[in-house]
Design a protein around this ligand. Structure first.
Ligand code: ATP
Ligand code: MG
Length: 372
């Protein structure tokens, strides 16, 4: 800053000197003519005076040339360059490139404009950051809204399916129990292996129908009884023991990471049903071989229970329809009611059930309940 003021002062000083020279020159020349008249014309003084007189216009010309060059240099540094830097910054602002480095070489003429530009860029940057954060908040709200909408549609669908189906299922349940009873008698008395095989197949299909009827009844039933503190770890251990006895989990390794003494506000029946559904799904997804990990924990006033497997995980298509009643990829083997019922039961206990892919592959289902 100081050197710029000095250079401007120097320029002005030089200009003043130049102008003084210009105005003084005729007087000086006149004085020299007068002086020459006083000294002997043949003397050394006269020769010197006449040389100085001849040199004076040349010295003035040189002085003016140096002045012009100096004026150019000083103007370039004090006005030209800052002006170009300002122009560049204005161009950047025009293109909304707001991360411009503060411009600071305005010199005596442009520094105020430049600091105004810097302040403007800073204000625009703040405005842009605010807009970005508002956009992000809007995007998150939108995502939450669409999740809530999906859950609502699914819940409404469940309620309708449940109400309708419960009536039918109730009526179908009794004849089914009769059919299953007679079937087991018939299988015991079947005279040929072929007939026994047919009866086995019928038994398998009737059991599937029975499964559907039970699922539908679950959907139509009030979601759960009174809630009380339930030890999550104990429920998990009981369920694993129960499911291990069946064929699905016999070759599956089960790992635990259970927080001791974790209490959830739940109904033990529906809670066990959810855990069993998740364990069976995990084992089926891995084709009966692999590792299932069950973990529990607490976050603020909620407790969570996670069932994670080492299976193929959930594709985007499956993920979108996971909790839909009757959605299954196990053609002929699954009813597609397991997760729909589990979600229904979880919501009935004031909780939720979420699904995601685990970082190392495989699916991860998390049940959230209120801590007791
Ligand atoms: N752990 C998992 N890994 C991969 N896919 C899964 C997993 N759990 C569920 N799924 C997918 O979600 C679908 C729906 O599961 P859901 O439990 O509702 O029905 P299901 O298992 O097919 O039938 P059911 O439970 O009546 O035997 C499954 O068919 C499967 O495609
Ligand atoms: Mg299932």
């Amino acid at each position: 800053m100081k050197w710029r003021i000095a250079s401007v002062a120097f320029l002005l000083g030089s200009l003043a000197t130049g102008l003084s020279w210009l105005t003084l020159l005729p007087t000086l020349l006149h004085l020299m003519d007068v002086a020459r008249r006083w000294v002997p014309s043949e003397g050394v003084e006269a020769a010197v005076l006449s040389r100085v007189r001849g040199f004076l216009p040349f010295a003035l010309g040189l002085d003016l040339l140096v002045l012009v060059i100096l004026a150019y240099i000083v103007l370039e540094f004090t006005v030209g360059r800052p002006l170009r830097a300002t122009e560049l910054a204005v161009g950047q602002l025009e293109r909304l490139e707001l991360d411009l480095t503060p411009i600071s070489q305005g010199g005596p003429f442009l520094s105020r404009i430049q600091s105004a530009l810097n302040r403007m860029a800073e204000a625009l940057r703040r405005e842009q950051a605010l807009t970005r954060s508002q956009l992000e908040a809007l995007r998150q709200a939108n995502a939450r809204l669409s999740r809530a909408q999906t859950e609502l549609v699914s819940a409404e669908r469940l309620a309708t399916v449940g109400r309708l189906a419960a009536g039918v299922a109730h009526e179908v349940g009794n004849p089914l129990a009769g059919i299953l009873g007679y079937l087991s008698l018939a299988r015991m008395r079947a005279p040929t292996a072929e007939l026994k095989d047919f009866l086995d197949r019928i038994d398998h299909e009737v059991h599937r129908i029975d499964g559907i009827v039970r699922g539908l009844l679950d959907l139509g039933r009030p979601r759960s009884g009174p809630l009380a503190p339930v030890d999550l770890g104990q429920v998990v251990e009981t369920c694993v023991r129960l499911v291990r006895a069946g064929p699905e989990l016999s070759r599956v390794e089960v790992g635990f990471a259970l927080a001791p003494g974790l209490l959830a506000r739940a109904d033990p029946g529906p809670l066990s049903q959810i855990v069993i559904n998740l364990l069976l799904n995990a084992a089926q997804a891995m084709g009966g071989q692999g590792t299932v990990r069950v973990s529990t924990g607490r976050e603020a006033n909620e407790v969570w229970l996670t069932v994670e497997d080492t299976g193929p995980g959930l594709t985007a298509e499956v993920m979108a329809r996971l909790f839909e009643p009757f959605f299954t990829t196990k053609e002929g083997k699954g009813t597609g009611l397991g997760l729909a019922v589990s979600l229904h039961l979880a919501q009935g206990m004031g909780g939720k059930l979420t699904a995601e892919n685990a970082p190392g592959g495989g699916a991860r289902f998390t049940l959230w309940l209120t801590a007791a």
